[in-house]
Design a protein around this ligand. Structure first.
Ligand code: Q46
Ligand code: ZN
Length: 314
């Protein structure tokens, strides 16, 4: 297999593009896909201060690396979930993230759930009687936005790739989640109280992001979060991978096709719902919310009131 651009030995074949690339041309391909996403969706400019949510896995570290390579001002934010004790999943994730930041000499902000929310994510969710991934989602969304706003970042970037977005779309369609379909976008604009959120990897498949990380010499945590086992999104990804094997390009066609027609979903959802007013300000913390007290504050209050008390208390 030869590189389509320079005819040197190819290191990766991309069936969906009927092509193959050597290391350097593959990295250039990844850069061009990310550049195109940033420009087409007007995600940010070189003046923006970008906060990249970095888990220590391949996608987020690869995204941070690519943004730096393309000359953007990108600071990392790692949320330490406190899973697995010392040397466990969260410890390793934090270590890989810190190593990358130190090697590149770039700024990294760390939010430790065990210190700030009073216990590891499993204990916090148990005390609040919430599913772990749902509590995790609430905390991450809240902290990404709060930390970005407080530190003067103009945009939050996450490493969601084409496989993630296509799987999410399949789930939203299977359950006809009109609200989610209306809002599923690689670039959510800034709104009162909410910093802009973008996904510059939405044109790159998961295996392309992984290949980029390996070829760029990034050390990442290979293990997935242990709580992802049994997740529906993994099932949807497997189904889409099967389709992709049979018909390369299906995933891209599915998700990019949806983005071209998304206005229709947004219109139906808008007709069905009352026009949303401006958000309220949470009475406890001052962050935006649709009710009086935001989901995050309700979560930490439920933890404090739980019979076990604060999960970190002796
Ligand atoms: S939600 Fe659930 Fe993920 Fe949080 S607890 Fe792990 S699997 S990390 S995106
Ligand atoms: Zn609040």
């Amino acid at each position: 297999m030869k590189c389509r651009k320079c005819a040197k030995k190819a290191v990766i074949g991309l069936a969906r593009h009927h092509t193959a690339f050597c290391r350097n041309d593959f990295i250039e391909y990844c850069e061009s896909q990310v550049r195109r996403a940033i420009e087409d969706d007007k995600m940010f400019t070189r003046e923006d201060r970008i906060l990249v949510a970095v888990s220590g896995g391949k996608d987020s570290l690869a995204l941070w690396d690519l943004l730096l390579r393309l000359g953007y001002q990108a600071t990392g934010l790692h949320v330490d979930l406190g899973i697995g004790g010392e040397g466990g999943y969260s410890g390793d994730s934090l270590e890989k993230t810190k190593q990358y930041a130190a090697r590149r000499g770039v700024e990294l902000i760390i939010h430790a759930v065990p210190d700030e929310e009073g216990g590891g994510i499993i204990e916090v969710a148990r005390a609040a009687h919430r599913a772990t991934c749902s509590a995790c989602g609430t905390i991450k969304r809240y902290q990404f936005n709060r930390i970005a706003a407080e530190h003067g970042f103009t945009v939050v970037a996450t490493g969601h790739n084409l496989d993630d977005e296509a799987a999410r779309l399949l789930g939203n369609l299977l359950h006809w989640q009109w609200d989610y379909l209306a809002k599923q976008s690689p670039a959510l604009p800034e709104e009162p109280g909410w910093v802009r959120k973008v996904k510059p990897f939405y044109r790159l498949a998961e295996r392309e992001a992984a290949a980029y990380a390996v070829l760029a010499g990034i050390e990442y945590i290979v293990e997935e979060c242990p709580l992802a086992v049994g997740s529906k999104l993994i099932v949807y990804k497997e189904i889409l991978n099967r389709l992709e094997e049979e018909s390369p390009g299906s995933k891209q066609q599915f998700y990019l096709g949806f983005l071209r027609h998304q206005a229709a979903f947004a219109k139906v959802a808008e007709r069905a719902a009352d026009a949303p007013g401006p958000p309220n300000i949470c009475l406890r913390c001052g962050q935006p919310t649709s009710g009086e007290v935001c989901t995050y504050c309700r979560l930490v209050e439920a933890v404090a009131k739980s019979p076990e008390g604060h999960p970190a208390s002796p």
